[in-house]
Design a protein around this ligand. Structure first.
Ligand code: GMT
Length: 379
């Protein structure tokens, strides 16, 4: 198939999923065209069957806000016609569904068929999409899609509830490449010592440091842990709450125990060095960072929100707590680190779940089948 993919190409779970999906589909022989304002950051430029089409946005003094949405719709239609795409797959409803709808209409007026699929990821439904300035048009874009998928059952139900959507929404959960995301003993041997001494536990947090991730709870929890155990923390990512996390680290006197690593590309090499992940988010429709950690045999101590319980089996493949329960999360971490057999068992279970349920080799065929079903619909 020839598939156009649009997503937010910078750091963020939906962009990661869209890019990894494109890479996996290309490896299976499909022709993939990314249509975005910047090259998706996980692309290496070396993948065969993948083309990247930049969306140029012309500015003009009259425009207080350059009309990106219109430029994107135009580019979608151009690329679809030039390369004879079978379909468009857009990730994150706002504004991508409406842009794809415009592109579909532009081409339909000239007798060309271009169905589009919208994948819902999270804040497009739970936060931004419910703002009253966006809700009606987001609902319209979703309803007009030729196919709709959601990355968790939770998000499907939330979309049906908040947007009164009655159309079918197919749940296709997020995935990870289990051959890339895995603990490699050689990397562990070589690099673990760079981040923690032999007698120290190593924690990791990976996010975009937006308020919804509660990065400050990571530092509160870690500070409580360090009162009982020698430990270090790797903070991967960057965003609005990074400076508050830094300030807290200084005020707790644990600045030297935390590696502020910023944005990183090969997160699998870092994740697999850790003993435990901390993911105390206010909301996660899925929690891709926790899945990536689990595939690297690193269980997550996380919050029981949104789609997280669909990923983490509490007490088996990780541990779940109410939002803000930094005492509970710290106590659980200390307990696991002082009962190493339990931690080892949980690490194995986490990896097994990632392999059994969330490997790209299992999930990508679900997308292929979904594409085929959409293409089989009468125009
Ligand atoms: O979490 C973010 O701030 C980024 C956001 C996105 O759309 O890029 O992530 C959402 O999509 C991810 C990939 O499907 C999910 O794993 C995240 O749980 C989801 N974030 C939220 O629901 C807050």
């Amino acid at each position: 198939m020839k598939i156009g993919i649009t997503c937010y190409p910078t750091y963020g779970g939906s962009g990661v999923v869209a890019t990894e999906l494109g890479i996996e589909l290309a490896a299976r022989g499909h022709e993939i065209h990314f249509i975005t304002y910047a090259e998706p950051f996980r692309l290496t430029d070396r993948e065969t069957n993948i083309r990247y089409h930049e969306v140029p946005v012309t500015n003009y003094p009259l425009f207080q806000f350059p009309p990106y949405d219109l430029a994107l719709a135009t580019r979608m239609a151009e690329v679809a016609e030039f390369y004879q795409l079978d379909l468009l797959h857009v990730h994150y409803a706002i504004p991508h569904s409406v842009c794809a709808l415009l592109a579909r209409q532009m081409l339909a007026a000239r007798g060309i068929r271009l169905p589009f699929i919208t994948t819902l990821h999270g804040t497009d439904i739970t936060l931004v999409g419910q703002d009253h300035s966006f809700l009606p048009i987001t609902k319209f874009g979703i309803e007009q899609s030729d196919g709709i998928t959601s990355i968790s059952q939770y998000l499907k139900e939330e979309t049906e509830r908040a947007f009164s959507i009655t159309r079918d929404i197919e749940v296709i959960r997020n995935f990870v490449n289990c051959d890339v995301y895995m603990r490699r003993p050689d990397v562990y041997e070589r690099d673990r010592q760079k981040y923690a001494a032999p007698d120290e536990a190593l924690f990791v947090h990976l996010s975009n440091f937006r308020p919804v991730k509660r990065a400050t709870d990571v530092v509160h929890t870690f500070a409580k842990i360090t009162r009982q155990l020698p430990a270090r923390l790797m903070l991967i990512g960057d965003g609005p709450d990074t400076s508050e996390a830094e300030r807290l680290a200084v005020s707790y006197g644990i600045k030297n125990r935390i590696h502020f690593l910023g944005k990183q590309n090969s997160v699998e090499d870092l994740l697999s060095l850790a003993d435990l992940m901390l993911m105390p988010s206010e909301m996660e429709s899925f929690g891709l960072a926790a899945l990536e950690a689990m595939a690297c045999s690193v269980p997550a101590i996380a919050t029981r929100v949104g789609g997280v319980p669909e990923l983490i089996d509490d007490g088996v493949t990780g541990m779940l707590f109410p939002v803000g329960d930094t005492d509970g999360m710290a106590a659980a971490a200390i307990n696991l680190l002082t009962h190493k057999d339990q931690l080892t068992e949980m690490s194995h279970a986490a990896r097994q779940t990632a392999q059994k349920l969330f490997c790209s080799s299992n999930v990508i065929p679900l997308y292929e089948r979904f594409y085929e079903s959409v293409l089989a619909q009468p125009p």
